[in-house]
Design a protein around this ligand. Structure first.
Ligand code: SIN
Length: 346
């Protein structure tokens, strides 16, 4: 009888403070910063881009808000610029539990869930809103389920924006201009095919190796978002930049599923609510940062800038149509038919 009573007291001693803490009603504020790492909830978050990119800033905001809202109990430690793990290492680190969250570019998940390359299809999306609608709908749900098979829990999607093309040899205005250029890509068969059908040579390199390999002349050009191009200084090694907006680059924010399942329900709720708020903020931030970056590039006159005419845009989009058949042959039409461009026709 006495033992049972003791257990009940212990239960309340441990659960009530956490419940009050995450609901923000703590009567006696508890300074978790005075506790050791073992007593706090430490979440390691690794990513490969710069601090002042949309992903870098969102990761820091996520950490700040969680710390504030949990009175320091939840500590998200953010490791940027691939300082902890690089492309190709992040996923293993997450599955080993060495880090608890990563936000890899979606193309880098194609090794696990190949059909996720639907996001890589050129001109699959014409606005970031379209990407969000697609992700929040049936396709996003199916992909989230597939990621669970790899012990990954997807909280949502962050944008980097639309990709542009840069190279060191000639202006790219017409698609023919890409012929024989070697172009760095992320690992994705759709991205490889996107350049192969134009007679260009796709070459896979890790993000953190791109600057160095451009310096060595290992390839002629690359595709990326403006914030990635400038934050990593790729444009200082490239002579021509075409604003093509031909493909989407974004991230699935992934927790190790076992780690996620081990969390208290109240903590999960706080993380989810905070994440969703940061996601909205990140989406707006991405638009602004890419717009500001474009203005800076226009003003700096440090790289020859080209824009596609409306006519060119139509030709580029048409040229990539065979890639959709290629995708369907390999992965079926389950996801592709959810793309806004097809949905609006049904
Ligand atoms: C990233 O934005 O995380 C990297 C994208 C790339 O590898 O080009």
């Amino acid at each position: 009888m006495k033992r049972g009573f003791g257990i009940i007291i212990l239960f309340f001693l441990f659960t009530i403070p956490l419940t009050l803490l995450v609901s923000g009603q703590s009567k006696y504020p508890f300074d978790y910063e005075q506790l050791s790492e073992d007593e706090r909830l430490v979440i390691r978050f690794s990513h490969v881009v710069g601090e002042d990119t949309p992903k870098g800033m969102a990761a820091r905001k996520f950490a700040e808000l969680l710390k504030e809202r949990s009175n320091g109990y939840i500590e998200v430690q953010v490791f940027s610029n691939g300082t902890l793990y690089k492309d190709g290492e992040e996923m293993n680190a997450l599955s080993r539990g060495d880090v608890q969250v990563i936000a890899p570019a979606i193309s880098k998940l194609t090794e696990y869930v190949p059909e996720i390359s639907v996001y890589d299809l050129p001109y699959a999306f014409h606005s970031l809103e379209e990407v969000h609608t697609f992700t929040e709908g049936v396709a996003g749900q199916k992909l989230t389920e597939r990621l669970r098979e790899f012990n990954l829990y997807a909280l949502g999607i962050w944008d980097s924006g639309f990709k542009q093309m840069s190279n060191r040899l000639r202006p790219i205005q017409k698609l023919e201009d890409l012929k024989n250029l070697s172009m760095r890509i992320m690992p994705s068969d759709i991205l490889a095919e996107q350049f192969s059908i134009l007679g260009a040579y796709p070459k896979e390199y890790d993000f953190n190796a791109v600057f160095h390999e451009l310096q060595k002349g290992s390839f002629d050009g690359q595709e990326n978002t403006l914030t990635n191009i400038t934050s990593k200084n790729f444009y200082s090694l490239q002579d021509y930049l075409t604003i093509s907006n031909h493909g989407y680059l974004g991230y699935f924010v992934l927790f190790n599923l076992d780690f996620w399942n081990s969390l208290d329900e109240d903590v999960k709720q706080l993380i989810t609510d905070t994440y969703l708020e940061v996601q909205e903020w990140e989406w707006e931030l991405t638009e602004k940062l890419n717009e500001n970056t474009l203005q800076e590039i226009e003003q700096c006159q440090c790289i020859e800038l080209h824009h596609l005419s409306d006519e060119d845009k139509i030709l580029w989009e048409e040229k990539f149509e065979p890639l959709y058949d290629y995708y369907i042959e390999k992965y079926g039409d389950e996801l592709i038919k959810e793309l806004p461009k097809f949905k609006s026709k049904t």
